[in-house]
Design a protein around this ligand. Structure first.
Ligand code: THU
Length: 158
């Protein structure tokens, strides 16, 4: 049997600080930072904030919501995406920003988990246009991916 080797490439931009982002993105990341304050995370003490920009320019915030029955909780990204979907059903997602605060209250790196990537990908498919993802990184820089599909190669579809 022949083996074919492929290499995947992920294109992204890196901004040195939140302030270095374009104005719209800066506002979105600030909304995600603000959303960390609404996290309910007594079990992990990891407060995640997410903010979704819709095509109407409305911003919908979300934060992780935990539960004593652990799997019943929900990540910040899906909280924001599902809130956007249910409150603005005729609007589509344009971008999502994510950040977290650790136990000491410091802003720390956050990158969407696999399940959130799958949900984001479907948001992108519904939008019919690339959804940008802004991820806060260690040290305060921000990584920007222009297309969710690059974050989830070989994704599930039906
Ligand atoms: N969490 C998020 O909110 N987003 C992610 O992408 C990964 C993890 C939350 C879930 C849980 O409340 C806490 O972070 C620790 O895993």
């Amino acid at each position: 049997m022949d083996t074919i080797a492929h290499t995947l490439q992920i294109a992204y931009k890196e901004y040195a600080t939140v302030d270095a982002l374009p104005a719209d993105d800066r506002v979105l990341m600030q909304a995600a930072i603000d959303a960390t304050a609404t996290a309910y995370a007594p079990y992990s003490n990891f407060h995640v904030g997410a903010a979704v920009r819709l095509s109407s320019d409305v911003i919908v915030k979300g934060s992780n919501q935990e539960n004593a029955a652990y799997p019943s909780g929900l990540c910040a990204e899906r909280t924001a995406l599902f809130a956007a979907g249910s409150q603005h059903s005729h609007d589509v997602v344009v971008a999502l920003a994510i950040v977290a605060r650790n136990e000491q209250g410091q802003l720390v790196e956050a990158s969407p988990c696999g399940a959130c990537r799958q949900v984001l990908l479907e948001s992108q498919q519904r939008a019919g246009a690339p959804v940008r993802v802004l991820m806060y990184r260690e040290g305060g820089s921000v990584r920007v991916v222009e297309d969710v599909a690059t974050l989830l190669p070989f994704s599930f579809s039906m």
